[in-house]
Design a protein around this ligand. Structure first.
Ligand SMILES: *Cc1c(COP(=O)(O)O)cnc(C)c1O
Length: 419
């Protein structure tokens, strides 16, 4: 099929994320990828400034990751996880327990980030039931968050904008506090208010769910690490299950392996996803402490009520283990530091705000960005970007060279100019 006929079929029959079926935005054909670059048909090789939604941290077609998938393919592609288990899942769980903060040693393997958040919320609810507090069915969460697109995930996403207005009467009602201040902001004033809100609703609250250190798809908002201690204290004071959604921040993105480490805080439940397989296959995990696991098991059902068909898929587990082995060498930290230095160039762009944290760079404009114009301008500079609202950001693969990062910064500047 020609490029034109492929794209015509795509336009008529395929839904893309957050896109209209009747009036779709332009979509481009990708024919390959290698290292930090994707090959866009009609454009050529461009640096992927988004790392396939923050997942391809080691770049594309990494030899170790390719080998892990191939090797596993020759053993076992999939088998149900009910009543059966296998080495890829066990090996991955072992690595996750080792790498994540101490105490998180019970692992649920989910097939996507949203599912892992659903499982985390279910754990919190079942834990409260199991400890005699079945009336605690709500969640406390700061505004400005994003936790996925399935219904309970949506219910704890930022309540402004489409999701909640559209689904009022459908979504469960939770308790929203102010989002933490930006870096250098007044933590004490925010904390006092957040604590008071928690105290008012405590007897109905099952858990507190947050994206630690950096709110991502809800607005690319980094905040001071000391806020994580405030969350921990609130959860302890009122008996809430503290859930850290590290799906975006995990695996080095913010400068520490997990954002939780920046404040030395251990949550009761932690979700990881996105970069877990280095961008190869869909996989996520929900880790919890023994205490949570015991509470869940003491609930009326006696079991955790969840079990996806593709739970613990061996191909995904094998590539995730290879990814964690690459991370365990520690080389990622140099990459992230180097990228952080390179991204400081974004401060030269004329913008409302520029935020750089770890291997994340964000430029906020004073208007809604024209996605089509901004994307084209970036592509013309050899960069793939996916701006949203008034934000142009990059979360590039850690293997980007200094030149790649300079190219990304030039692409962002061009997108800001055009969009
Ligand atoms: C992407 C994301 C999710 C949802 O993960 P999916 O794999 O897209 O379902 C949840 N939480 C955070 C913080 C995310 O960035």
């Amino acid at each position: 099929m020609t490029r034109e006929s492929l794209l015509a079929f795509d336009r008529d029959h395929l839904w893309h994320p957050y896109t209209s079926m009747t009036d779709p935005a332009p979509t481009r054909l990708v024919t390959g990828a290698s290292g930090s670059r994707i090959t866009v048909d009609g454009v050529g090789e461009v640096v992927d400034g988004v790392a396939s939604w923050w997942s391809a941290i080691h770049g594309y077609r990494h030899p170790a990751l390719d080998a892990a998938v191939r090797g596993q393919l020759e053993q076992l592609s999939h088998v149900m996880f009910g009543g059966l288990t296998h080495e890829p899942a066990i090996g991955l769980a072992r690595r996750l327990i080792e790498l994540t903060p101490a105490g998180l040693d019970r692992v649920f393997l989910a097939d996507s980030g949203s599912v892992s958040v659903e499982v985390a919320m279910k754990m919190a609810l079942q834990y409260q039931r199991g400890t005699g507090r079945a009336e605690r069915t709500r969640f406390l969460t700061p505004r400005g968050g994003y936790h996925g697109d399935t219904f309970h995930c949506m219910s704890v996403c930022d309540p402004e904008g489409g999701m909640h207005t559209m689904w009022s009467g459908v979504l469960p009602q939770h308790v929203f506090g102010e989002r933490p201040p930006g870096l250098g902001g007044d933590v004490d004033a925010w904390a006092a208010e957040f604590r008071a809100l928690a105290a008012r609703h405590a007897d109905r609250l099952a858990g507190l769910i947050v994206e630690p250190l950096l709110q991502n798809a809800g607005g690319m908002h980094p905040y001071p690490a000391e806020c994580l201690q405030v969350f921990r204290e609130i959860a302890d004071e009122h008996g809430l299950v503290l859930i850290f959604d590290e799906i975006a921040t995990g695996f080095g993105r913010t400068g520490t392996l997990f954002a939780a480490e920046a404040a030395n805080v251990t949550p009761d439940v932690m979700c990881v996803g996105k970069a877990l397989t280095g961008g190869y296959l869909s996989l996520a995990a929900t880790l919890c402490t023994a205490e949570i696991a015991h509470g869940v098991s003491a609930s009326d059902s006696g079991v955790l009520m969840h079990g996806p068909t593709f739970m613990g898929n061996p191909l995904a587990c094998a590539v995730a283990s290879a990814n964690l082995d690459l991370l365990a060498t520690g080389a990622w930290a140099d990459g992230v530091r180097r990228i952080n230095t390179g991204l400081q160039a974004l401060h030269q762009i004329d913008a409302v705000d520029v935020r750089v944290l770890g291997a994340v760079g964000v430029v906020q404009l004073d208007h809604e960005i024209d996605l089509v114009k901004a994307t084209e301008a970036a592509l013309a500079h050899g960069v793939w970007l996916r701006p949203f609202r008034d934000l142009i950001y990059t979360m590039p693969p850690y293997v980007c060279t200094d030149e790649d990062i300079a190219t990304i910064c030039a692409g962002i500047a061009a997108a800001a100019e055009a969009g």
